[in-house]
Design a binder for this molecule. Structure first.
Ligand SMILES: [Mn+2]
Length: 296
């Protein structure tokens, strides 16, 4: 008998109840449809639902790992957290508290955004639980502004808030302000510019990223880190981005050499007629879980 956990529209991957029960799942999909400070186009609040919807069309067998990761992992899907009621500060506190609860339960949380402002509370909670934490960010944007339009919690400030908590390694960056560039030498962050890696052999830079990361890693993936030819559905698309092979090779190497303890995938802004972006996001989440839990 096939039954699904009672959350609309379905759980991640459309799994049967025994493979998606919270108690027995090691990974938990945590939808955070936050959209308070987006700057260009709107719609990223619909990102988590679109990723979960697309995930139901993914093959459950991973051709790289040669197994069905969900069977080894158990993947539970939470209902979306309420991001509408209350001030942004209150919502950020709720995100922090929810993340800490998942970590205290021994889960591997996968935050689905939503705008990048959700990452700092997720990282803060993760840093409370795990010492020696660093953050690996894949993104087009440095997001190192101290404030943006008077708001220190803006998506444009996400990594500035993160590096106040723990060091970062930023990969795929190709959009940054002069003020941010000036601040970098004083910040605990290392930048891998898209211009230096998109045409370089994987071997030439992935080992350096590994060397820059601490033993425990929080992974935050802004989908605009990918080239917009692959993921057009983001709020602030930037040309000249990473491809699928580059991103998955990097994450596979990190999962192999470090302990990835939590992650998020943010900034999907679903567009009518474009299923490729949501599908990529869903497949990326499943790939990451396979790399984290099912590698040799
Ligand atoms: Mn970005």
């Amino acid at each position: 008998m096939t039954r699904y956990t009672p959350m609309p529209p379905e759980n991640f991957l459309g799994l049967a109840e025994q493979e998606a029960a919270y108690e027995t799942s090691r990974a938990v999909i945590f939808p955070v449809p936050l959209e308070r400070t987006t700057s260009y186009e709107r719609g990223t609040g619909k990102g988590p639902a679109a990723i979960i919807e697309a995930s139901r069309y993914i093959e459950l067998y991973d051709e790289e790992l040669e197994l069905e990761p969900y069977k080894e992992i158990g993947i539970s899907t939470l209902p979306p957290i309420d991001t509408q009621d209350g001030t942004l500060d209150e919502v950020i506190t709720e995100i922090f508290t929810a993340q800490l609860g998942l970590l205290e339960d021994g889960k591997f949380p996968v935050g689905l955004g939503g705008e990048h402002s959700l990452t700092p509370p997720l990282v803060s909670a993760t840093a409370k639980k795990f010492k020696n934490l660093s953050v690996l960010q894949i993104d087009a944007h440095a997001d190192l502004r101290d404030e943006y339009h008077g708001n220190s919690q803006s998506h444009a400030c996400a990594m500035r808030r993160v590096v106040e908590v723990c060091p970062a390694v930023q990969v795929g960056i190709r959009s940054i302000s002069a003020g941010e560039v000036a601040a970098i030498p004083k910040l605990p962050t290392k930048i891998y510019w898209a211009k230096d890696i998109v045409r370089a052999p994987l071997k030439s830079w992935i080992a350096k990223v590994l060397a820059d990361l601490s033993p425990n890693v929080y992974l935050t993936i802004d989908l605009d880190g990918f080239d917009p030819s692959l993921v057009p559905a983001t709020g602030t698309p930037e040309p000249g981005g990473l491809d699928w092979h580059q991103v998955t090779s990097l994450i596979r190497a990190v999962a192999d050499h470090k302990k990835i303890v939590a992650m998020d995938v943010v900034e999907l802004m679903p567009q009518p007629g474009d299923h490729a972006s949501s599908f990529l996001a869903a497949k990326l989440v499943y790939k990451c879980l396979g790399y984290v839990f099912c590698q040799g």
